[in-house]
Design a protein around this ligand. Structure first.
Ligand code: PLP
Length: 266
């Protein structure tokens, strides 16, 4: 295929939809569009969802997941990809197998487990599979504090705990780690980054007094994916993305009656 056909940066999200437009694949696509990359998607799950919660969800047949990967690989040159909601153990395994089969560039694993409304997006068996089959493929893993605690068994309260948990995630095979501290009851959202060369750094941003934070995890991981596809180094991509998600929260939009969506025009 002539090189110029695929010279525009192309990315893929491998995740679940959100009919309410705030999280999952919808948040990823809005972020990709805002960050000037061409967005493609492998739909693993469909959720019936709004700002109040997840009302129903269904996983796609695995043959259709394989077919979507194959369609993308046959026509595009995906420069970076991210995973989101993967549902159950078999689907995590199917996604990991496809990511081994096709080169979609750096793999950002957002280990989505529970939605803000409380819905489970990854069951217990699937967490085990993710830990052992997908985490080792991750260029970067981006858990929030509850997800990092579940994956490592390390309670995270103080700064030293972030560092220990990040090292444990590297021991599981993730090359680089971003642990997002926004869930802790602090005035700032402090995130810790541990890079593959074992250097670490903190990113801090003030927290907005808003409950319109639906899709924040999807958005930061999608933004990192986009920046990597455009050629940024990982530390720069993460720093840019922290600023992007902070701005989208600060200017979040008043739609729906619950955890409203972010503002990707911010
Ligand atoms: N729904 C889907 C399909 C998601 O992928 C995610 C997060 O990754 C969520 C919901 C949860 O979004 P939040 O916890 O930001 O409300």
């Amino acid at each position: 295929m002539p090189q110029q056909i695929n010279s525009f940066p192309q990315v893929a999200t491998i995740a679940g939809t959100d009919s309410g437009g705030g999280a999952g694949i919808m948040a990823d696509l809005k972020t990709f569009q805002a960050r000037h990359v061409f967005a493609t998607a492998v739909v693993v799950a469909v959720t019936a969802q709004n700002t109040l919660g997840v009302q129903a969800s269904k996983l796609m047949p695995q043959t259709l997941i394989d077919a979507q990967f194959q369609s993308l690989a046959a026509d595009f040159q995906i420069r970076a990809c991210k995973t989101g909601m993967l549902g159950d153990s078999n689907h995590v395994r199917a996604v990991a197998a496809n990511l081994k089969k096709y080169d979609f560039g750096p793999i950002i694993v957002d280990p989505v487990m529970i939605a803000k409304g409380g819905a489970t997006l990854l069951n217990a068996e699937a967490i085990h599979t993710l830990k052992h089959e997908l985490v080792p493929l991750a260029t970067l893993i981006t858990p929030n504090v509850p997800e990092a605690q579940t994956l490592t068994g390390q309670k995270i309260e103080k700064k030293a705990d972030f560092i220990t948990a990040a090292q444990m995630l590297q021991n599981l095979g993730a090359k680089n780690v971003l642990i997002k501290g926004g869930h802790l009851d602090l005035p700032q959202a402090n995130d810790y980054v541990l890079l593959s060369d074992h250097t670490g750094f903190w990113l801090t941003a003030p927290k907005s007094a808003t409950k319109r934070t639906h899709g924040t995890g999807d958005t930061i991981s999608a933004c990192i994916t986009a920046e990597l596809a455009r050629g940024a180094d990982l530390a720069t991509a993460i720093s840019i993305s922290k600023k992007y998600v902070t701005a989208t929260i600060a200017h979040s939009i008043q739609v729906g009656h619950g955890h409203g969506p972010l503002n990707h025009w911010a």
